[in-house]
Write a protein that binds this ligand. Structure first.
Ligand code: C5P
Length: 244
């Protein structure tokens, strides 16, 4: 199949595996179809950062899913070091506040400039999809509904120099209309009709997410859980092609 570069740029493959060998195998097999490989803390703490170098050596980009949330100075220094590790994307919690996000952007953008790299894509997590409205109101004592709260944090993230947010496809259109089409939205929970839902709740099909304006789709088990991973990826490409 001809790989559409516009679609490839949108595909963020989640390397949610246990071993470095499994991660390397996924990178090798799917690099032609993947714009960015997402590596999380669970994997890094078990296997170290060797996979970063492997992805770069294979010509890929990686997203360090680290979800920073600390005082502004610590986040600034951490952001500099994330760029020095070669990450093109990383994330942080918008709940850390405007000053923390501004410092992260300053640290990361200056580090990228000093290394002659493109500015990174920095995404703010608004509200974890594991937090229900009941937890928001009664545990966290935040008297808002999840939709309004998510939008408030997305606007704060935009005003603080973030490239975009992580959100479900169902919130994407609202965020785009409030924050503008250039403010990026990365959508996890992507499930084509033929794949199993697993533990995800707020799922969406790839074509739906794209139709809502999603810039990036996190593809995990929908592909990595299949025996024929390339075949599954190609079906996702075909589905997206139909709505581009
Ligand atoms: O396999 P699956 O498609 O469910 O993988 C989704 C990936 O996106 C996982 O790495 C998960 O941690 C991540 N993620 C998510 N929901 C969020 C943020 C990140 O599913 N709100």
């Amino acid at each position: 199949m001809n790989i559409n570069p516009e679609i490839k740029e949108k595909i963020v493959l989640a390397l949610d595996v246990n071993t470095i060998d499994e991660a390397k195998q996924l990178v090798t097999e799917l690099k032609d179809y993947t714009g960015v490989f997402k590596v999380g803390l669970q994997f890094i703490l078990a296997n170290g950062s060797e996979v970063f170098k492997f992805i770069r050596d294979e010509g890929g980009k990686f997203f360090f899913d680290i979800k920073l949330h600390d005082i502004p100075n610590t986040v600034k220094k951490a952001s500099e070091n994330i760029i020095k590790q070669g990450a093109s994307f990383f994330n942080l919690h918008a709940a850390g506040g405007a000053e923390m996000m501004k410092q992260a952007a300053e640290g990361a953008n200056n580090a990228a400039k000093a290394l002659g790299l493109d500015p990174p894509v920095i995404l703010a997590v608004t509200l974890l999809t594991s937090i229900s409205e009941d937890v928001l109101n009664n545990e966290l004592q935040i008297p808002s509904n999840t939709k309004d709260y998510t939008l408030t944090l997305a606007k704060l993230a935009k005003a603080s120099g973030m490239s975009g947010v992580v959100a479900s496809a169902h919130e994407c259109a609202g965020i785009k209309s409030a924050c503008g089409k250039d403010f990026k939205v990365l959508c996890p929970g992507i499930r084509p009709a033929w794949s199993v839902t697993g533990d995800q709740k707020r799922i969406a099909a790839p074509a739906f997410a794209i139709s809502q304006g999603a810039d990036y789709l996190v593809i995990g088990r929908a592909v990595t859980g299949c025996k024929d991973k390339i075949g599954a990826m190609q079906k996702i490409y075909e589905e997206i092609e139909g709505v581009l």
